[in-house]
Unconditional design. Structure first.
Length: 612
């Protein structure tokens, strides 16, 4: 099994190397190699998932040694790892297939598919890693590959700025994560996940809230949670398949996966803060999504909201439920992102939903599969999102009523803005020439939509999962089913999506070129459009505080460090050198004079020392 894991990990790296070194001018071969590699990874992942090996399966080897300290490279293949391996491999393969159609006319296909392979390598590394340092190495590679893919259209200002913003904001979170790794080693003497779990069981009070929050900074950055959430909506400037792969199904989910890997370290105070901030993000992102016109930004804010639900579940003590929602979310959010890509491709890369309309008749497969995604994320009964999201709501209802109220309001908002998106895009009449000329895409693009639609419907049925995965998810989900008020929650969960559907039907089923919210509720609309001015606040901080401080430090460095300390010391040495050179005149009597003078000086100095 270890050989299979090693093959999975290094196949995409080999694909990226071959593509970027030898196939930079051959888009057909580059895309074929990348897609074949993604298919091979999926096959190997299925072999691992359905294997009879004991769980967990661990292996490591020395990577770097210095004195008595060594850094090890290893794998920890347990139930959460297997589940994320499947998500990365399965969703990644479908997105590769979709990209064959979406990127068919792009002259930079080798660079695009090479970037996808680097990303797959990085995500698989995070999933398999058995220690925090190894996770951090691949964590940074994910950030690098994300930067490359977001900046695919680097000639446009939007993509160039978005890639820099994503990279820099994530570095802030990663810096906190690195501090957390150092504190973990300082506290426990190891960063190996299995050893940390044993030590945490033996000494449960070693971890501090500060250590937990430092480690959680990695989650805050990668999963775009408050206050580092500002990069994700802008990252939609990359190609739509990139948005589906990185910013919906896998990369942002890596932050949640990190929390699940180290859940045994967290204190009650840290968990409570994570739960509250997650619930708040679920509501805040819902309001932001409600007023967006860009189809991909609506889905981006939806992703922020659903990640908030996962964080709330984790903070409330249900990591299995959080992983369950991560899984179902990967299916229906990848489906909707690829569905939006299908629409964008058919409408000549128009992304304003108010320039769509009437696409259900022109693109029936895309419309039907997109509707399934909308129903799933809204929590419509017996679809995948119903099982995972209602489990979170029920857990919150029983253990933290204020968080439940926030999450329930977020569930209603989710239903409103998702049905808004569907009605404006697919129903009514075409509102632009792009929409009038749109037609269904090829099977390369609709095929992955149909597959993801099936998983969005049935992905919530635990009995369909392999025994090992069901055994991991089972305890938390079984605990949820035994909680009081279970039947009452079915009523509340059903009412949430029905309320959202009715509100969306009333407001958005018949629209023209303007947003009914802007016309009927202008103050509310502008408040939501402002996004609470987070971008403006960060811009003020950069221009008024950070940039002046950086310039001041630069001046101080030039004056004191480079000037006084470095150049000053060199100048003093040069001056003494010049003075010393004056003594060398090439005449013997001059050298004798200086010799006698030095000897007398030394004798007077020695006499003074003796006298004292």
């Amino acid at each position: 099994m270890i050989s299979i894991a090693l093959s999975m990990l290094f196949l995409p790296l080999l694909s990226a190397a071959v593509t970027l070194l030898f196939l930079r001018k051959n888009g057909n071969l580059a895309s074929l190699l990348s897609v074949s590699t993604a298919g091979g990874i999926l096959v190997l992942a299925l072999v691992l998932i359905f294997s009879d090996n004991p769980v967990p399966l661990a292996w490591d080897t020395t990577w770097f040694a210095m004195g008595g300290w060594e850094l090890r490279f290893g794998f920890l293949i347990d139930a959460p790892a297997k589940l994320l391996l499947f998500i990365v491999a399965f969703v990644g393969f479908l997105i590769h297939i979709f990209s064959l159609g979406y990127m068919a006319d792009d002259p930079a296909r080798p660079r695009y598919f090479g970037g996808l392979s680097i990303f797959m390598f990085s995500m698989l590394g995070i999933t398999l890693a058995d220690n925090l340092v190894m996770i951090f190495v691949f964590w940074e590679l994910v950030g690098f590959s994300s930067y490359l893919l977001i900046a695919h259209y680097f000639k446009t200002d939007e993509a160039a700025k978005a890639s820099r913003k994503a990279f820099i904001v994530n570095r802030v979170g990663d810096f906190g994560f690195l501090i957390g790794i150092v504190l973990t080693y300082w506290t426990y003497g190891t960063v190996n996940l299995s050893e940390l779990a044993d030590l945490a069981d033996f000494s449960p009070n070693l971890a501090t809230t500060g250590l937990c929050l430092a480690l959680a900074c990695g989650f805050v950055g990668k999963s775009a949670q408050f206050p580092l959430h500002v990069w994700l909506p802008d990252a939609m400037a990359g190609p739509t398949p990139v948005s589906a792969l990185i910013h919906a199904a896998t990369m942002v989910a890596a932050g949640v996966y990190l929390l699940l890997r180290i859940d045994f370290l967290f204190t009650e105070e840290a968990l409570g803060l994570i739960a509250f901030l997650g619930a708040a993000m679920g509501l805040y992102a819902g309001f932001c999504a409600l007023v967006q016109r860009d189809v991909k930004k609506i889905l981006a804010y939806s992703t922020l909201s659903q990640l908030g639900y996962m964080a709330a579940a984790f903070g409330l003590g249900a990591p299995g439920v959080a992983l369950f929602h991560l899984t179902t979310h990967a299916f229906f959010k990848a489906l909707m992102f690829l569905g939006s890509g299908s629409v964008i491709h058919a409408c000549h890369h128009e992304q304003d939903i108010f320039n769509y309309g009437g696409l259900r008749k022109r693109m029936p497969i895309t419309a039907l599969t997109f509707l399934i995604g909308v129903l799933a994320i809204s929590g419509v009964n017996f679809l995948s999102g119903y099982f995972s999201k209602d489990a979170i709501l029920l857990w919150a209802y029983n253990f933290n009523m204020p968080i439940f109220v926030i999450l329930y309001a977020g569930a209603i908002l989710t239903s409103i803005y998702m049905f808004r998106l569907y009605f404006i895009t697919f129903e009514g009449k075409a509102r632009s020439k792009y929409a009038e000329d749109a037609k269904e895409n090829s099977f390369l693009m609709t095929g992955p939509l149909l597959v993801l639609a099936v998983f969005s419907v049935f992905g919530g049925y635990q009995s369909l999962y392999p025994d090992q995965l069901g055994a991991y998810l089972g305890p938390d989900l079984s605990a949820v089913s035994l909680l009081p008020h279970h039947m009452w929650m079915i009523v509340l969960g059903t009412s949430a999506w029905i309320i959202g559907l009715l509100v969306a039907k009333t407001l958005f089923s018949k629209v023209l070129q303007d947003d009914p919210l802007a016309r009927r509720f202008p103050a509310f609309y502008e408040l939501c459009r402002s996004k609470l001015f987070f971008d403006e606040i960060y811009q003020i901080y950069l221009s008024k505080i950070q940039d002046p401080l950086a310039r001041f430090i630069e001046v101080m460095e030039l004056l004191f460090i480079s000037g006084l300390m470095v150049r000053g010391a060199a100048g003093v040495a040069a001056l003494f050198s010049m003075l010393a050179k004056l003594c060398y005149v090439g005449k013997i009597h001059a050298y004798a004079f200086w010799f006698i003078l030095g000897t007398l000086g030394f004798l007077f100095y020695a006499a003074g020392l003796v006298g004292n």
